[in-house]
Design a binder for this molecule. Sequence first.
Ligand code: NAD
Length: 288
Amino acid sequence: MAERIDGHTLLIGLMAYPIRHSMSPTMHNNAFAKLGLNYAYLAFEVDNNNLADAVLSIKALDMRGSNVSMPNKQKIIPYLDRLDSAAEMCGAVNTVVNDNGVLTGYTTDGIGFVKALKNEGIDVSGKKMVITGAGGAGTPIAVQSALDGAAEIKIFNQEDDIYPVAQHNAQMITERTNSTASVHHLEDKDDFKEALAGCDIYCDATNVGMGKLKDKTLVSDPSWFHKDMVVLDTVYSPRETKLMQVAQEAGVNHVFNGLEMMLEQGAAAFKLWTDEEMPVDYIRNLLF
Ligand code: NAD
């Protein structure tokens, strides 16, 4: 690190709270070192209280930009100068780019999802999709898939505070893209089962399968899946979730966890800041 930092080094931040656990500084700094790029990436404990000052510092210090995570993904929007279309549709930002004092907000989680599938030879364009969850992950996945040409998106969510968000997302996607999106009750098992039977791609973007819900899955009956579909669980810790086990039991050909999506969302931010491709294979081998 010491030999890499000099008077020209450009700073990129990560503004979130809590944030000390994040892998992003390790990921980006190793990628900068590998490519010999003169950037440094640091995590800053920023919550809603010091967010305004932190965003001003991006301009004041002529930082190249920042990642943004909870609790700032929505709150940062009024402090930015521009939003790209996906961030505007999601109402959330995870990446800020500073171009000579003009701050633009992007969301790269959906780009990461689409790219992770593309790397496996799967194009979302023209596909029928089912997504469970409409929070911080489900929203950009639905929006980016729609922008990239998915034909139909059925969003299933439980009856909670996120349900109206899912309804808003579905209406906006249908109005503003060529996709048709609809929102459904996750509690309606017959509807969920029928949607899975008719879909090409199923993505679980809920918290089920990790943490306290590690041993849970929204689909426990392998007969709900069919071999030709894609099943992607956004969870990557554990690497193999209960949902993935059920999909494998059903003989589903393409079953993925969320690791490649996570790497590719980072790579998309890396590209926005540096205009270079992140060495994703190198980072995967080094860290995961
Ligand atoms: P969030 O809190 O914003 O949204 C959570 C979603 O899960 C909501 O739709 C909620 O209704 C649903 N949910 C929660 N508990 C549920 C339950 N018991 N049954 C059914 N639905 C339930 O969270 P988020 O940031 O959207 O994260 C969701 C998942 O996505 C997490 O597992 C997270 O690890 C994963 N994620 C992965 C990546 C990646 O790059 N791979 C990135 C972001 C998030």
